[in-house]
Write a new protein. Structure first.
Length: 582
């Protein structure tokens, strides 16, 4: 899914850049260019090791390709207005029928190996993303109701996007990051999708990983850290208002830690610079350290609701276990499971009261999109037991678990990623609540990359029962995932058979494309409301709750956003405008 804001700015030709240079507005930061210092290292963290450096194979947030590219393409959002503004493009024109956008690419941009960035890079990137055999998580972005969005090169610095229908996400699509045609093109032309899949593994020589963004990979030590260094060519066309090249920093070091508690300990010790606490305990530890003079840091509590989701998803593709498959495909069973999710306990125990319950796929921060009348299956163990009884589970075995007339027990395995202590706590709460009504849930925390592999697997028999995970990356133009809602989507996580199995899946897919092609904002919201009602009836995944957004940073950093911008949508800063004060 893509990060986006309201359509009202979609046709604006707002610009802050000259023909060759993109000028980062000073209003995006509290610091003046004269205050910024060059050099130094930003120290971040991740709780999961990386799966790949390949931009066509990654599906997780905060992947190395996303970080080094800056995740911006021809256009990007102005966080102060939400408007689309030119970025790697210097301008655009829109056809009268709004089905074509022609972009003039900014001249003078270079890859980190010094080669010029041209239209060929977008064309090749688009070709690889839209090759089904590659398996790109971005594949679904380039299709509307099964019809492809086509890119055409008009000349080396002009590219045209041709949409099969009007598209509320037209500019979000055009914001995809390009990758070097001179690196990927020869391999793709010779070896096709299989050749692409072999490229840029974790064993790749960092010097061969080419970037258009602010960073290149300097070194990677599995399980320990990845170190990124400044891409000098990026600063040739990205400058602050005083003309200084960006980023200010020399390096960005990302430490790989075992879990969130380990990350907090590193932040409290002053060893990492940015940490977003999600519990009252973590917030209080940071505040106490600051008050006692052990840590010089800033924390913004309840800056906004969260711009992500946490949910439990059941696998509909269990051909080797017809009993479980039938159970997981039953909306009555899924509603019963939703009634066993004590969202208030999750907020109180896991997030210390600073969280928001969720009942639909729309992130809590996107308030204008949330249907207040959407059906909710709130915590109600008695109702859960009633629904399970209607499915034939009226008796219990010797161990106290529900069984049907054939003696088959309701039992399933529930996994989440090890190291995410909040998800582990949520899972344990679900295990306890399920046991009270006679449902046996076997919880296991597993490696994140293994978990993602299971989730992305496809076919009639996938290797998991249920998973707790989350999504991020949605937007305000149309906050439903192009790779989540359509039945063939890469993240249509409950059903990866390749086809709709329930009429409500089909209806959701129809509504998704109906809304995405509707340019009238009010009408689009109405479609979004209807879509949430169908989603709640089908209940393909069970949304739980999320922490509010509480960004914290070490005060050695400068260049954060003004308070008016800080939110879970825009974050606390632009890394390009971040610098080391002391």
């Amino acid at each position: 899914m893509r990060k986006a804001v309201l359509l009202v700015g979609i046709l604006a030709l707002a610009g802050v850049a000259s023909a060759q240079t993109f000028v980062w507005p000073q209003k995006w930061t509290v610091a003046k260019p004269s205050e910024a210092k060059r050099g130094g290292t930003l120290r971040g963290y991740t709780i999961s090791d990386y799966r790949t450096f390949n931009p066509f194979l990654t599906a997780e947030a905060d992947s190395v390709p996303e970080i080094i590219s800056g995740d911006y393409g021809l256009v990007r959002r102005d966080p102060t207005t939400g408007d689309w503004i030119p970025y790697m493009a210097e301008s655009w024109t829109i056809s009268p029928n709004k089905l074509e956008i022609t972009f003039k690419i900014r001249k003078g941009m270079k890859w980190s190996d010094g080669r010029p960035i041209t239209a060929d890079d977008w064309i090749m990137t688009w070709r690889i993303h839209t090759d089904k055999a590659v398996g790109s998580n971005d594949y679904d972005n380039f299709f509307i109701d099964g019809k492809p969005i086509v890119l055409r090169k008009l000349d080396d610095y002009t590219i045209r996007f041709i949409y099969p229908k009007t598209d509320a996400e037209a500019f979000a699509i055009a914001s995809f990051a390009p990758w070097p045609a001179h690196v990927f093109g020869p391999v793709y032309q010779k070896e096709g999708a299989e050749g692409i899949k072999k490229m840029w593994t974790l064993n790749e020589d960092p010097a061969k990983i080419v970037s258009a963004g602010p960073w290149v990979v300097e070194s990677y030590r599995p399980g320990e850290r990845v170190v990124l260094k400044r891409n000098p060519y990026f600063g040739e066309w990205n400058k602050d208002e005083a003309g200084n090249p960006l980023p200010y920093l020399d390096r960005y070091e990302i430490r790989i830690v075992k879990d969130v508690n380990a990350a907090l300990a590193e932040f409290l010790a002053g060893n990492i610079d940015i940490f977003n606490p999600s519990t009252v305990d973590h917030i209080s530890q940071i505040r106490q350290a600051v008050q006692q003079g052990r840590l010089d840091a800033t924390i913004k509590v309840n800056a906004s609701p969260v711009a992500s989701s946490q949910f439990m998803v059941f696998n509909w593709n269990k051909a080797s276990d017809p009993f479980k498959q039938s159970l997981f495909r039953s909306d009555k069973f899924r509603r019963a499971m939703s009634h066993l999710v004590n969202r208030q306990a999750v907020i109180d125990i896991v997030y210390g009261g600073l969280g928001t319950p969720m009942y639909s796929s729309v992130y809590p921060v996107l308030t204008q999109w949330i249907n207040p009348k959407v059906p909710k299956y709130e915590y109600d163990p008695k109702q859960a037991a009633k629904l399970l009884a209607e499915l034939g589970f009226t008796k219990k075995d010797r161990e106290g678990y529900l069984v049907d007339s054939k003696g088959r027990r309701i039992e399933f395995n529930l996994a989440t990623n090890a190291g995410n202590t909040q998800r582990e706590q949520i899972a344990k709460l679900i295990v306890d609540e399920a046991k009270k009504v006679g449902v046996k849930v076997n919880f296991q925390a597993i490696d994140f990359n293994t978990l993602v592999g299971q989730l992305l697997s496809s076919g009639p028999d996938r290797p998991f029962d249920a998973i707790i995970i989350g999504l991020t990356g949605g937007g305000l133009d149309w906050p439903f995932g192009s790779n989540v809602v359509p039945c063939k989507g890469n993240l249509h996580m409950w059903n990866k058979s390749g086809q709709c199995l329930d009429p409500r899946e089909t209806l959701m897919e129809k509504l998704y494309y109906q809304g995405r092609t509707e340019l009238d904002f009010k009408k689009r919201v109405e479609i979004g409301y209807r879509m949430q009602e169908v989603e709640a009836e089908l209940l393909p995944v069970i949304y739980i709750a999320g922490p509010n957004y509480h960004p914290a940073w070490n005060n050695r950093l400068g260049g954060e956003h003004p308070d008016a911008i800080i939110s879970s949508i825009w974050g606390s800063r632009e890394v390009e405008l971040t610098f080391i004060k002391k």
